[in-house]
Design a protein around this ligand. Sequence first.
Ligand code: F6P
Ligand code: MG
Length: 479
Amino acid sequence: HDPQIPPYTTADKTSFAHTSAEARWPVILTGAIDDVHRATWKTDDDEKLKEGKKIIEELAKLKYELQHNRQLTPVPDDGEGDVKSYNVELEKRGSPTWFDVSWLYSECYLYRRVNTLFSMSKHWKSYDIFENQKMSTFKSSRPAVLELASRYKDLIHEIKTANDHESTKSPQEIEAAEEILFMEMCEICLWGNATDLSLLTTLSYEDIQKLQGSSARKAAEKNIIANDLPAAFAALKAVQKNGHPHRRVDIILDNAGFELFVDLFLAGYLLASGLATTVVLHPKSIPWFVSDVVPKDFGDLLGFLADPRAFYETLSEDEKHAGKTPEPLSDGDAENLAFLFESWRGFHAEGQLVIRPNRFWTMAGSFWRMPGTASELFEDLQESELVVYKGDLNYRKLTGDVMWDPTTPFVEAVGPLGKGSGMRTLALRTCKADVVVGLKKGEDERLRATEGGGGDSGARKWAWSGKWAVVQFCDGKQK
Ligand code: F6P
Ligand code: MG
C-alpha cells in the first residue's frame, strides 16, 4: 500500500536522488572500502584477512555496478526474512538500473546489499563499517555535548523547583513554562539531526560544530518552516492531566553519536518531567545510511559517559598523525557528564528507558506499509501516546518519498498512519531530500527564490542541505 503519486527517482536530474546516486553513494562506498581495508590489515587471523579481502572486492564490484549504471541484482539470501521482500519488489520493478529507479527503494537496497557481505561472512558478521566515523564525529561535537550536559543538570533542577513552588504559581503559569521547556527540548533534538554522516561528504567538522550550539539553535528557529510542537505538547499534557498511570513515548531513532545523545536528552527530560513514564527507543538492526543507530551504539555512548576523560584525553592514531594534543576535561564538565550518566543509567535500570529493534525499520518500503507488513509493530505503536520520528529518511518513509504538492496536509501524506490510525505521529526533520508537505501556500516558491534555493532550475535545492526543518504532528487517536 503506497501513495499513488510518482516517487522521486535517480533518473530525475533535478532531484537530490540523482545527485545522491552520482556523487554521494560512490564516496560512501569508497569510505567503506577504506575502512575494511584498514581493519583487514590490523588482523593477524588469516581466515579473517582472506574474508576481508573478499568483502573489499565485492564492495568495489558494487561501486562499479552503480557507476556503470548496471541492473540491481537480487539481494543474496543471508537467512533474514526481509530478503524475500526486497527481491520480490525488485522483480516487480523489472530489475531496474541504478540511474532509473525509485530513490527510496534503491538507497535502502544499497545498504541492505552491503550488509549481506558482512552478515554472510564468518568473521565480520556484526562489523559496523561506519563505527569509526560515528565515534570520531561524536568526539568533534565536544563543545555542544558539554554545553548540553550542563543544561541537563539545570533542567532537572528547574523541574524540581517548579514542582516545589507549585503553590505560588497558577496552573496556567506552570503549564506555559512547561510548554516552553518542551519546545526547547524538541528543538535541541530536531537540530541534532542536521549533522548526520551521510551528508558529511559535503559538510566539514567545523560546519557541524556551528550547527550544534545553543546560539545556533536560537538563530535557526526561523528556519523551522512548519511547527506543530504546541499541538504535540497539548496532546501529551492532556494525557498526563487525565491521570493515565502509563504514558509511553516512542522515538524512532535516526543517527548515532551527537543525535543519539540529544535523543536521550529528550527522553530524560520527558521522564523527569512526567510527560512520559516510559520511553521506547527504536534503533536499526544493521548498519544503515552511514550513521544510523544500531544497538551497539548505545553501549558505546554509555561507555563514553562512564569514562569521558579516557574518551577525550586519549588520542587515536589519526589524531596523533594530525598533530593534535589532548585537551583535558575540566572537573565541572566531568561532573555534569557523570550526572547525565547516572540519570540515564537510572532510567534504564528502572525499565523506563527501553530499546526495541525491529527489522521493519530496514526494509525498503514506506511506512504506509506498516499496518500490512508489520502489524505487530503497528499495534505496539498504537499503545504509545506519541511516536516521534527523527530525521530525513524517516520523513521520506512517512510520506512515501513521492512528489507531493508541498501544500498537501501532513495528515494526508502519512496515509494509513493518519486520521483514525490510533497513532500519534510527530516528525522532527531537517530537510535533506526533495519531499516536503504541509507548507503554507507560496513557501516553497519563496525558498526556491533564496540564494542556492534552486531558482527556476526545477530543483528544490533549498530542501537538500539540512538548513531548513519541518516539525509536523498528526493525532491519529482523534476520531
Ligand atoms: O538526502 C540525503 C540523505 O543523506 C539521504 O540519503 C537520507 O534520506 C538522509 O539524508 C539521511 O539523513 P537522516 O540521517 O536525517 O535520515
Ligand atoms: Mg540517518
